[in-house]
Ligand binder design. Structure first.
Ligand code: ZN
Length: 95
């Protein structure tokens, strides 16, 4: 893979057959001031970011399309729960 040297951020693993299915929603404005604290590599068409703010966190999914970006987000959870979900997402146990 030629891009390997340029990829500093993780890539998500293939989803496992029994993975947790996250509920992806239109972005919800209540946590707008949240900041991105982790993200997957932008070399993939679908990029995931973990946002934290005010003791809560959620995951944003951006699908990079030729016609523009499609952005969806999960509900927010307490930060510790969201970090566990983030780990599951990266390893293919949630998507
Ligand atoms: Zn990459």
């Amino acid at each position: 893979m030629t891009l390997l040297d340029e990829c500093l951020s993780p890539h998500v693993a293939m989803p496992q057959r029994d993975h947790i299915r996250l509920d992806w929603q239109q972005p919800y404005p209540a946590l707008e001031r949240a900041r991105s604290v982790a993200w997957t590599c932008w070399c993939r068409a679908t990029v995931y970011e973990l946002y934290e703010g005010a003791g809560r966190a959620f995951v944003r999914r951006t699908i990079q399309l030729d016609s523009g970006h499609q952005v969806q987000e999960t509900f927010s959870w307490p930060i510790n729960e969201a970090r566990a979900i983030w780990t599951a997402l990266l390893s293919g146990r949630a998507r």
